[in-house]
Write a protein that binds this ligand. Structure first.
Ligand SMILES: [Zn+2]
Length: 82
């Protein structure tokens, strides 16, 4: 859980740096060694992070045992932590 919180903070910082409304954000998956990035708009990210327990990850990086997958866009998936 700490990893996701860290990446969430990093992404939130990135959001404030971006001015064109879209960009690359760190994958929020549960792998602490993962440094993949995902493409999504700042608006999408902010909406997602306003919902408790939801994270944006690279498709295929889900952990089905602990996460419910919500298919989103080809570029990323959304998971809800149980
Ligand atoms: Zn990842």
């Amino acid at each position: 859980m700490q990893t996701e919180k860290l990446f969430k903070r990093l992404n939130d910082s990135l959001t404030s740096l971006l001015s064109d409304g879209s960009g690359s954000f760190f994958c929020d998956c549960g792998n602490p060694l993962c440094s993949e990035t995902i493409e999504l708009t700042t608006e999408d990210l902010q909406l997602l992070h306003s919902l408790a327990g939801y994270f944006a990850i690279l498709p295929g990086y889900e952990i089905p045992d602990t996460e419910q997958i919500v298919p989103a866009r080809p570029q990323f998936s959304i998971v809800k932590k149980h």
